[in-house]
Design a protein around this ligand. Sequence first.
Ligand SMILES: [Zn+2]
Length: 218
Amino acid sequence: MRLPAIPPMLGDLIRTTLLAMDGVSFTHLPACPRCGGPVKRHDLKEKRFARMRVNGDEKDIHVFVARFRCRACGGFWYAREPFYEGVRFGIPVVDLAITLSRIHPYHRTEKILASFGLIIDRGTIRMYARRAQREVPATDLLGMPLPISLLSLSNLVSRRPKGSPVTGAEVLAALGFPPAHRAAEHPPPPPQERDEGDEKDQEKGGDPGEKEHHGQPE
Ligand SMILES: [Zn+2]
């Protein structure tokens, strides 16, 4: 199997962009998404944005997402965050996997992502592709289709002054996708179940056959 020729610059761009997300905080939620009531900051959760191979070592890129409690209805909600509902990796990572899988088989998409330093197994890629939660617009860069969300984020990261971190608000603006998610304490409703499935896929990282059932449309 041959991989398409991948310009080294493209790998650099993707690595630099995703590494810049490490430690970024998302702490904004204007009101309860369900009842519109006032919300109070409850705690701060660490979430994995991407898993990468950096200088030969696996490294998780984490962001922090505040959790709020509604004073009116008591519901728990995450701040606006750069994740799709119930999906473990960050939006630009998921969008990249979806975009590449449109023109490559899942196993080759896995290898192309690996050449960018991104670790996502093919079963997870397949699940992302089959459960896309919105249109994923893309454009060609150096002969490779890339999602607009990733390019916008890359643009943000490259424009920042040297040494100054990007902020959560800037990241959300670049992604054009500010969802607020329920942050259930205990009973996992369907989106959280999907979340768990996603996580298991990530941890197992192996047999694509066994993961087939995760990828079925609902
Ligand atoms: Zn509420």
